[in-house]
Structures are given as C-alpha cells and as structure tokens.
Write a protein that binds this ligand. Structure first.
Ligand code: ATP
Length: 135
C-alpha cells in the first residue's frame, strides 16, 4: 500500500514525522480518512484523536487540541495548538486538569471563563481517552 509523510507540528515544535498508509482525523464536519495521493485540501480539526496507520498494520494515536489538517498528495501536515502521541501523555496531569476544569465549569462565573473551562475539560478528557486507548 502506498505511504504518505505525516507531520504533526505545534508551537512547541514537531511532535510526529513518519510514513503512514492512512490518517484518520476528526474535522469540524466529521471524521475523515486520508490515503496517499489524496487531492489537496485544508480542514479545521476538533479536539480529538488522530489515528496514524502504518504500513506494518500498527496504528499510532495522537491527542490533538484543534488546529488544521493540510493534505497534499505526498504529504499531510497537522498544525495544532498542542498534540501528544499516546505514549507521551502524562495521565496524572490530564486527570488533574480534568478535575480543575470540572470545578470551573460548575462555577459558571461568566461566559468567557465557561468556554475556556469547557475547552480545557475536552482536552483533558481527550488525553485520558487517547492514553487509555479508549477511542
Ligand atoms: P494543563 O492544565 O495540564 O497545562 P492544558 O490543556 O491547559 O493542560 P495545553 O495548553 O493544551 O494544556 O498544553 C500545554 C503544553 O503541555 C503542550 O505542550 C501540551 O502538549 C502539554 N501537555 C498538556 N497536558 C499534557 C499531558 N497530560 N501530558 C503530556 N503533555 C501535556
């Protein structure tokens, strides 16, 4: 099966660079699978998991906190505010972030704080799910 290079880049630097046969990502209009040779496109991503299927049949998973996927026939770039490969997720940190965010969501002080807390909540839940392989 043909392969395509995938880069995941965040403001902190590159997180992933490998050859894969397929990328499955959650865009704002739904989940999409991209194979090598796909026509060029750009789509916004939601907080979610990105699955990276390798030629040997293994699948790596990354937790992505939004951003964009840019597809070209020979290269797929994911630009995200933050991204972690499952094995590099600190579960205790994500659980602590989840507890903090839950408290802030419950307080519902003002709309801005609520939205921010809700996004932090989603990021934490996503990291926990990806770390546990529960995706
Ligand atoms: P926290 O409150 O724990 O910082 P957050 O959702 O606010 O969580 P982000 O702003 O999304 O964190 O990310 C800041 C940096 O910390 C990024 O480089 C991100 O990859 C990293 N990061 C955040 N949470 C984790 C985690 N649980 N495990 C590993 N890296 C993490």
């Amino acid at each position: 099966m043909k392969t395509v290079t995938v880069n995941i880049v965040t403001p902190d630097g590159p997180v992933y660079d490998a050859e894969v046969t397929m990328v499955i990502a959650k865009t704002t209009s739904g989940e999409m699978g991209v194979l090598a040779g796909h026509i060029p496109m750009v789509a916004p991503l939601t907080i979610g998991a990105v699955k990276l299927r390798k030629a040997d049949g293994q699948t790596e998973v990354a937790a992505i906190s939004g951003g964009f996927i840019e597809v070209r026939p020979d290269k797929i770039s994911i630009l995200a505010p933050s991204a972690e490969i499952a094995s590099s997720i600190d579960l205790a940190r994500a659980k602590a972030a989840l507890a903090r965010a839950e408290q802030r969501v419950q307080k519902k002080q003002d709309n801005v704080d609520f939205k921010r807390a809700n996004l932090a909540l989603q990021r934490a839940i996503n990291r926990i799910k990806v770390h546990e392989g529960n995706i």
